[in-house]
Design a protein around this ligand. Sequence first.
Ligand code: PMP
Length: 424
Amino acid sequence: MDYSRFLSVVSATREENILRMSSSLAQKKPPIIMISGGMPNPNYFPFKTASFTIEDGTTIEIGEALMKTALQYSNTQGIPEFLSWLKDLQMSLHNPPTAKNSPDQGQMEMCVTTGSQDGLAKVFDMLINRGDNVLVEDPCYSGTVSALKPLGCNIIKVSTDKHGIIPEALKEILSRWRPEDAKKLKNNLPKFLYTVPNGNNPAGTSMTTDRKKKIYQLARCYDFLIIEDDPYYFLQFEKPKAPTFLSMDVDGRVIRCDTFSKIISPGLRLGFLTGPKPFIDRVTLHTQITTMHPNTFAQILVLQLFLKWGQKGFLEHTDRVTEFYRSQRDAMLAAADKWLKGLAEWHVPTAGIFLWIKIKGISDTYKMVMENALKRRVALVPGKSFSFDSSAPSPYIRASYSFASPDQMDQALQTLAELIKETV
Ligand code: PMP
């Protein structure tokens, strides 16, 4: 694939920062005498050791030597041992066909991010010039709405139903172009399709394998990229987990965003991008001049946990988390059945943490949610937040079952039912 044609002007003009390159020299064996760079002397870092108790009661010890590494500047792409653990994970979960490609032929590469949002923002910066056409699912994750809007691209919304993006709707949109135009860089063909394929935020939907295959074929035909933003991948209630776009990516046209936010901790701000090497290299250049590298301490801490768990222990942990969210989802659905029947409609989420509720007889939920519900001490998200047109009314509400107890969810949906009755 010709990767250069996808790059924004900003990204194409980024250059390597020599000082950042030299930070990776600090880990070389045998050691190199470092009189380059501005690495502070670790002997004067005030934190010396730490001990972390994990869920089974055992501890992770960070001794003096490891602490010095954990508090120091580190590689822009991520700590090598952490990256290598993550690469093994991606290989076992998705076995991307691009792993065998040559580097310039879109070989699978990875970098650690400061959470998925950081990765997404950098991917958008890498790809978008003002006026470019981009395809997004409708409704769309609000973080992406906020990231894309100021970039001045032309947003083309693709309809969805209870299984996510409808391939026929995408095909219909694409029929405005001719596939031959793609290779000739003509007529501003869309550069990418953005989707949250599992436990969609906000719609709670998960895309079927058949749809993914059809969408991937359309991407091949019209030569666009797929941005697979999949924070709820591990929180799938049905087994086996659905194959990902990354696992189907024979061409090297998928950029996948993963995160530890929902399964380890959002506060640590750790995620990872997987995609063709030419793109990951560009994102890395961007990181060189923003955060310089993801938090070293967070990476060291999570790496120690993963080394202790192994891949098997990690997956067992994600299964335990998923079982918890399944019971939370069931509690939310029970409350919805009890209070909202006849007043609203919803689909049963098969992954993730969100219930997307369509209120009957109310064209816009904004005032009801932002004023009336808050007065009764219930916080929900109005459907409007997931639209590119903030003036367009939305009859939807997003409710999350991740945090509240079953009793609180019951109370919240009882209050919502009362509000709906008072409003219609
Ligand atoms: N994408 C989606 C679809 C999300 O739901 C979220 C978190 N709400 C993110 C990205 C950002 O996650 P992170 O905490 O990893 O930045």
